[in-house]
Ligand binder design. Structure first.
Ligand SMILES: *[C@@H]1O[C@H](CO)[C@@H](O)[C@H](O)[C@H]1NC(C)=O
Ligand SMILES: *[C@@H]1O[C@H](CO)[C@@H](O)[C@H](O)[C@H]1NC(C)=O
Ligand SMILES: *[C@@H]1O[C@H](CO)[C@@H](O)[C@H](O)[C@H]1NC(C)=O
Ligand SMILES: *[C@@H]1O[C@H](CO)[C@@H](O)[C@H](O)[C@H]1NC(C)=O
Ligand SMILES: *[C@@H]1O[C@H](CO)[C@@H](O)[C@H](O)[C@H]1NC(C)=O
Ligand SMILES: *[C@@H]1O[C@H](CO)[C@@H](O)[C@H](O)[C@H]1NC(C)=O
Ligand SMILES: *[C@@H]1O[C@H](CO)[C@@H](O)[C@H](O)[C@H]1NC(C)=O
Ligand SMILES: *[C@@H]1O[C@H](CO)[C@@H](O)[C@H](O)[C@H]1NC(C)=O
Ligand SMILES: *[C@@H]1O[C@H](CO)[C@@H](O)[C@H](O)[C@H]1NC(C)=O
Ligand SMILES: *[C@@H]1O[C@H](CO)[C@@H](O)[C@H](O)[C@H]1NC(C)=O
Ligand SMILES: *[C@@H]1O[C@H](CO)[C@@H](O)[C@H](O)[C@H]1NC(C)=O
Length: 717
């Protein structure tokens, strides 16, 4: 029942005053001004089976030393406390195979539930059960490793440093009580064994009220866990949503609250963020700490974060108005880096590394590729180099578009121009509607369409803006990009010259001249192609940096090929897989390619870095900053080519880059690290070695001259 304990007014004021003072000194807007804590849910459960030894060990190794290990407490028949995410063991263990006939029916919170429950088994019986991956979108490759169910004592022993801690979450105290098992008794026995529990959370107010009275748990922080807004809290018979108005009551038995992230930043039906609620400041006013749950890197979250989990964590700890006191995450490396490296860097902070951030079709992760919106965003995000893949219209107007095939980034296939579909094997296998089949005036009428590279995973980009923006001519682009370096990429030049009477190189040179770039001394213009014949035309070294793109995956390049590249290019673009080789999305090894090219003084830029977690190897923990860091610090590449420049630019400003000795959460990932945890039998078959780039791949005949028959007067505008 309700019992309001009036807090002495003076004391409250005093507490507030102190915390405000500390907060100002440290810069953290947490309750006491100390940095937020990172809580690893079941260890590093985004990678390894939840609550397994490997999971807890990785959390300890890869995160901040101040990590708190989260354990969902369950009890066995013989009263042993184990860490396991659910009251039923069937999800995330192989128990249905080990004890096939032993499923039972019980009522859990009044819901009839069938399954394997921990209290039907002694701890010893559970020792032959293995933990497996319970989330289907995560890799099951570690399932054969025989990770055993751990007791709370097992997990407590892993916590060696005094700044690390253990968090017990007690979700089903009443359910265990109905089965004659007492969580309180168990907690008492733990303290007798000198196991220190830093935090205890529960969604049941009465349980916490009882815990609060235990002298053995005096030093433990009690945390009231909010469930869905519409669920009923059993003690008060009120919904959790209604309890938000009774923070004063909650403060009588808890020092903190743990809330789903939507309690602070809620989203609309389209997954866009509303303005934040006042919950954190309200709770802080009542002297309650606030911990936020459901911080998971490998699920779609609000589009406002552009698939960048770092951006999401920062919205809770570094938004200028408040900071939560702790973050419960399946990927503790991300909040660790957010707190120690990324928080508190202003927009105008300086870059800590020289690595160039080069866009791929502008900020095409946020807006339709190569539109004015994508380019403006790229500029405001602070990209160093903004790119225009140049295409020609039928009447020879050069403009920016991600592909020569209009159907990849416009809705042309739904327009009257669909009858201009053509099959041109020199360009691509399937059919397409090509830029040179429509005049610029026709192209201008087309609706842009945002790229969907991960549609097969049902991951889409910024739906609100998926058809917004305008296409720009090369001249428009050059004025939009003024002040930044630009990269112009040229493909299909030979086909356009010999078959369509269009000279793309000449069009580009003319546009640059008109924009006054030919008179500039500084090399602001980069010209990129996969063809040496194109780059050879831009031989004026004082004006252009010529970038040779290798679009095949290679593991090395021979001397002759590199020397040849040096004759027509100043830098090279490689694919990610030419730097770190992969097998089934696990990193296998690093190649020599970057070091070899750099030893010939060729800077190396690498593509394509995207935020969607499915684009990254498992080893990068579904965090694009971790991937970028491995290429910048680990492989020492000179440039990052990305469709989400905001993420990459933020990375280059993080303050941990200043320190030569890298903390674990900002260390490059050694290739092969996760592969080692896969049992031999389940290893993927080795992939054949990648080819070596040789001279025959680099040399090619000069571009054919423009065939007169097709040339159109005034083509190059
Ligand atoms: C197992 O648990 C995870 C995480 O709670 C959930 O996403 C998944 O759907 C569950 N699987 C089954 C078969 O219940
Ligand atoms: C980590 O813990 C130490 C000692 O408790 C403390 O001094 C330090 O501020 C903490 N750092 C962070 C980032 O929480
Ligand atoms: C719990 O213990 C009581 C008394 O010892 C007994 O009557 C009851 O059946 C037990 N309940 C369960 C679920 O074991
Ligand atoms: C809980 O509240 C509802 C109405 O809000 C009431 O109908 C119900 O009887 C209450 N249950 C208990 C156990 O007090
Ligand atoms: C999220 O993005 C939408 C669409 O761009 C915008 O309207 C909204 O204000 C953003 N929310 C926040 C909290 O910035
Ligand atoms: C901070 O709070 C004020 C007023 O509540 C609001 O206008 C502002 O947008 C908030 N800033 C952020 C970054 O959330
Ligand atoms: C495409 O259809 C239009 C009428 O909608 C027609 O005028 C034009 O000739 C057709 N073009 C081709 C290449 O078939
Ligand atoms: C076109 O198809 C052929 C045979 O199906 C394949 O070998 C080739 O790689 C494809 N080319 C492109 C550009 O996709
Ligand atoms: C990794 O690559 C290096 C050379 O780059 C090679 O010597 C080594 O054998 C490779 N290791 C594996 C496991 O393939
Ligand atoms: C270049 O490599 C290819 C295989 O990648 C090989 O077939 C060809 O003979 C090599 N050419 C030279 C000149 O080494
Ligand atoms: C190099 O060229 C050969 C044939 O000339 C081809 O088989 C090989 O795949 C090419 N290698 C690369 C890395 O482009």
């Amino acid at each position: 029942m309700w019992k309001f304990m009036a807090l002495p007014h003076l004391l409250l004021l005093l507490v507030l005053h102190c915390s405000l003072f500390v907060a100002l000194v440290s810069g953290w807007k947490t309750l006491q001004g100390s940095p937020p804590v990172v809580i690893a849910r079941g260890g590093f459960s985004g990678i390894f089976p939840d609550s397994s030894l490997a999971s807890y060990n990785l959390a300890l190794k890869a995160s901040s030393p101040n990590i708190t290990l989260w354990c969902d407490l369950q009890l066995t028949k013989d009263g042993v406390g184990i860490c396991f995410p659910d009251v039923k063991l069937d999800n995330a263990t192989d128990i249905s195979v080990v004890y096939p006939g032993k499923a039972k029916d019980y009522s859990v919170n009044m819901v009839p539930t069938r399954g394997w429950f921990s209290f039907d088994f002694n701890f010893k019986e559970l020792q032959i059960v293995s933990l497996v991956q319970g989330v289907y979108s995560r890799t099951p490759k570690f399932d054969g490793s025989n990770y055993y169910i751990l007791s709370v004592e097992n997990v407590a022993k892993l916590v060696k440093s005094s700044s690390a801690g253990l968090w017990l979450n007690v979700q089903h105290d009443t359910f265990y009580k109905h089965h004659n098992l007492s969580v309180e008794k168990y907690l008492h026995s733990l303290s007798a064994e000198k196991v220190t529990i830093s935090y205890i959370s529960s969604p049941n107010a009465n349980f916490l009220q009882r815990v609060r009275k235990k002298s053995s748990l005096k030093k433990t922080v009690t945390v009231f866990r909010f469930l869905d807004q519409y669920k009923i809290e059993p003690t008060s018979n009120k919904t959790y949503g209604a309890l938000l108005k009774h923070l004063k009551f909650i403060r009588t038995f808890a020092s903190g609250i743990l809330v789903p992230k939507s309690y602070i930043w809620s989203v609309d039906s389209e997954l866009y963020l509303h303005q934040h609620t006042s919950l954190v400041s309200d709770a802080h006013k009542h002297g309650l700490k606030v911990f936020v749950s459901d911080i998971v890197n490998d699920v779609p979250f609000s589009y406002n974060f552009s698939y960048d989990p770092m951006a999401e964590v920062l919205s809770f700890i570094d938004n200028g108005n408040f900071s939560v006191d702790g973050v419960l995450s399946d990927f503790p490396v991300t909040p660790s880096a957010a707190i120690n490296c990324f928080a508190g860097i202003g927009r105008n902070a300086k870059k800590q590394v020289e690595t160039l951030i080069i866009t791929k079709y502008g900020a095409s992760g946020d807006y339709p590729a190569c539109t004015d919106l994508a380019y403006k965003k790229a500029k405001s995000d602070g990209a160093d180099v903004i790119d225009c893949p140049v295409q020609l219209s039928k009447d020879g107007v050069p403009f920016c578009l991600s592909s020569i095939d209009l159907s990849t980034s416009t809705t042309v296939a739904d327009t009257k121009f669909r009858n201009r579909t053509a099959i041109i094997p020199e360009i691509q296998n399937g059919s397409g509607i090509y830029t040179f089949s429509l005049t610029w005036n026709e192209i201008k009428t087309l609706t842009p369409s945002i790229l969907k590279p991960y549609a097969k995973y049902t991951l889409f980009r910024n739906p609100k803006f998926k058809n917004q923006g305008k296409f720009v001519t090369l001249s428009d682009f050059l004025s939009l990009a003024k002040g930044s370096r630009v990269l112009i990429s040229i493909e299909n030049a030979a086909y356009l010259a010999s078959k369509r009477g269009l000279s793309v190189t000449k069009s580009v040179l003319n546009a640059l001249q008109k924009a006054g770039y030919d008179k500039q001394k500084s090399r602001k213009i980069m010209i990129q192609s996969t063809h040496s014949s194109v780059l050879k035309i831009f031989k004026d070294k004082s004006k252009y940096e010529r970038v040779y793109k290798v679009d095949e995956n290679i593991h090395d390049a021979d001397d002759k090929a590199i020397k040849d590249i040096k004759t027509f290019a100043d830098s090279v673009v490689l694919q990610k897989a030419s730097v770190f080789t992969q097998n089934l999305a696990f990193l296998v090894n690093s190649t020599n390619t970057v070091a070899r090219l750099q030893s010939f003084k060729l800077p190396v830029y690498v593509e394509t870095f995207s935020n969607e977690f499915v684009s990254q190897a498992w080893d990068y923990y579904s965090d694009p900053s971790v991937e970028i860091n491995s290429f910048v610090v680990g492989a020492k590449v000179n440039g990052i080519i990305t469709d989400f420049p905001k993420t990459a630019v933020r990375y280059t400003k993080n303050r941990c880059l200043k320190h030569a000795k890298k903390a674990p959460y900002i260390s490059p990932i050694p290739p092969g690290k996760l592969l080692k945890h896969i049992p031999k039998l389940d290893l993927p078959p080795p992939t054949p070695p990648l080819p070596v780039l040789n001279d025959s791949n680099v040399t090619e005949p000069p571009l054919p001259s423009v065939s007169g028959k097709f040339s159109i007067s005034g083509a190059a505008r």
